[in-house]
Ligand binder design. Sequence first.
Ligand code: 2YH
Length: 283
Amino acid sequence: MTRLREEDIAGIEARLVRHDAELRRQTGAGLRDIALCAASAPRRFARQLQDRPVAVLPVTTGQGIIGGFSESVRGILAFLGMDAFVTQRPDVAGLVEAVESGAGQVFLADDDTCTMLDFASHATVENSAATGRGFAAALALAAGDLRGRTVTVLGAGIVGRSAAAYLRDCGADLVLYDTDETRTAPFSHRPHFAVARSLREALDASNLYFEATTARGTIDVSDMDEETLVAAPGIPLGVTDAALARYGAHIIHDPLELGVAAMACELQVAAAGVLFDENKKIG
Ligand code: 2YH
């Protein structure tokens, strides 16, 4: 699991408006609407995002606090319209502060787990799975109708697997590739899933890529053309500098924003205890 570095997240708050505009150009939807799609919530659910403040709690355990991490998370939650604040104290004292301040939800992360939880409903969301769904929703919106189309998913960890499940629900056929074959083996006999034996085979199978590896520059400029779309939640970025320079407009990538937005929206849905489908919507 990649630990974010200070330089990965520097300037996130200042770039949020620009990033939102870029997502709109790429997908037709902004950060909040993509996250609501990831949470399978209708857009009008956004009105009900939360009614109590959300505390973002710095955590010092393990490798400690990442400069700017809590502030970036707070900025993303505020951008979604949530009343979010960073606790002055970290760890257990920060949790006490959050409760005493009337927070209804808390966001906190150590080196292994990044979670957001809701006190009243006991609902929790986990960052990796939500990130997979957030970027998958962005890819689905950018691509349009995915029914019968093939999406290649590189990396079959939690992010890649949750993205694959979301994309399958959108009607896509999936080609999975991972250097660790034990991760892809469970999919080899599943309908609408295929396992590629090499990176080349995986890249040749589609022009819609979900890059969820922890490797740098897996997708090169020669793997892309004007029709290619890439969703790349991975840190470091899974496309080469040359591919980014030529096809940047086709590459959906950020270090934290979509993942946090998806977590926040999924938590509101889980906390409300509402299941959305074609026939049952609230708003
Ligand atoms: O970046 C991370 C981990 N890789 C968890 C990611 C889970 N998908 N954690 C952030 C650590 C933040 C730090 N403890 C702080 O500043 O509070």
